[in-house]
Design a protein around this ligand. Structure first.
Ligand code: UT7
Length: 335
């Protein structure tokens, strides 16, 4: 034992989102088109989920393609060049390669040199988990500028004939560039998991089943909609409130509420439980984009910025929740 002391490393005191970028594939899919394969109706889907349309990626459009499009926009809006990026985090559950990661390919595509790059599997909480990791990398001194992406090609893992999921999911990507800040721009996270509800949203077939029986149907996601709905409505408003508490603010200090776009009725129920004042703008991107899992929060934030519903410096409450089950919430300052 030499007893040599290792050099300490500490990063910036605070971090913030510097820019946001959103990408929706060009193909718009209506409820009527979805209903060609399931016994449902445009009216039922709008009423029960708030979804009017969603976007589906082209057959040859990958999660990395979509992630690159969103990340390039986020970098441009942050005024950051790709070579300044020293970590890339991709939240996704629909990158169909077990390995290598989407993040490593994305970093190369962006021309980011040789940054740290990895994927995380936190489903609809993926973007919020990614922000937390980015913040801790920056504050711990392991990175200075992080690209965080939520991206999904859910059309690849959705059974178009499954009445409980076919209408809900969509494809897209949202990205944030996270860097150092003079004041806190990302509040403390409130996050967790409930593995007792693993079956509530699940890929129905693991890869080894396909290996052992190549004639087996390709995997799809299955969801116990009511179970997830109840959990989201009863438990997630508490988590959102805790995120406000640990950030040291109340609903009266909020400018925007940007929850995971799971179901318009879940958003409405959470608003009610949180007793949000009317002045708080609420993300409703699900109407045109569907539920895009990890991508839904940055996609919604991107739309709200583009449409002038929120502006730089506004304070927004984010919450993601989904398969795992997992959840994550934090308050952020809008870039
Ligand atoms: O993103 C990850 C997290 N995911 C979520 O948070 C999703 C949470 N769950 C939901 O958003 C909702 O549960 C759904 C939108 C998926 C379903 O809505 P629901 O109000 O929970 O419907 P349900 O399953 O309770 O079904 C109500 C009725 C049933 O008929 P009866 O028994 O009342 O006669 C179903 O058979 O609606 C029927 N139904 C449908 N009808 C037309 C179920 N699916 C459909 C359908 N079209 N696609």
């Amino acid at each position: 034992m030499s007893g040599a002391a290792l050099a300490p490393r500490r990063g910036a005191e605070y971090s913030r989102i510097l820019g946001i970028g959103a990408y929706r594939p060009s193909r718009v899919v209506t409820n009527d088109e979805i209903c060609e394969h399931i016994d449902s109706s445009d009216e039922w889907i709008r009423e029960r989920s708030g979804i009017i349309t969603r976007h589906f990626a082209a057959a040859d459009e990958s999660v990395v393609d979509m992630a690159a499009a969103a990340s390039e926009k986020a970098l441009a809006s942050a005024g950051i060049s790709a070579d300044q990026v020293d970590a890339v985090i991709v939240g996704t559950v629909t990158h169909l390669w077990q390995t290598p990661s989407a993040a490593a390919e994305l970093a190369f595509r962006l021309g980011a040199g040789t940054p740290a790059a990895f994927d995380i599997s936190a489903a609809c909480a993926g973007f919020s988990y990614g922000l937390t990791i980015a913040q801790d990398l920056i504050r711990g001194g392991s990175a200075t500028c992080v690209v965080v992406v939520g991206v999904e090609k859910l059309s690849d893992l959705t059974d178009p004939t499954d009445r409980s999921t076919a209408f809900i999911f969509g494809d897209g990507a949202g990205a944030a560039v996270v860097g150092a800040s003079d004041s806190p721009g990302i509040g403390p996270v409130v996050w967790g998991s409930d593995g007792s509800q693993t079956e509530a949203i699940i890929q129905d077939t693991p890869w080894d089943v396909l290996r052992d029986d190549p004639t087996h149907k390709f995997p799809s996601l299955r969801m116990s909609g009511q179970q997830v709905f109840r959990w989201a409505v009863y438990e997630m408003a508490k988590v959102a409130q805790e995120a406000l508490d640990v950030a040291g603010i109340t609903v009266d200090d909020l400018d925007a509420f940007i929850p995971h776009q799971a179901n318009m009725r879940i958003t409405d129920a959470m608003m009610k439980k949180l007793a949000l004042p009317e002045s708080v703008v609420v993300a409703r991107d699900i109407a045109e984009t569907g539920n895009t899992s990890a991508a839904s929060i940055p996609l919604a934030m991107g739309r709200m910025l583009e449409e002038g519903q929120i502006k730089s410096g506004d304070v927004a409450l984010l919450i993601g929740f989904g398969a795992g089950l997992v959840y994550s919430a934090q308050v952020v300052v809008v870039p």
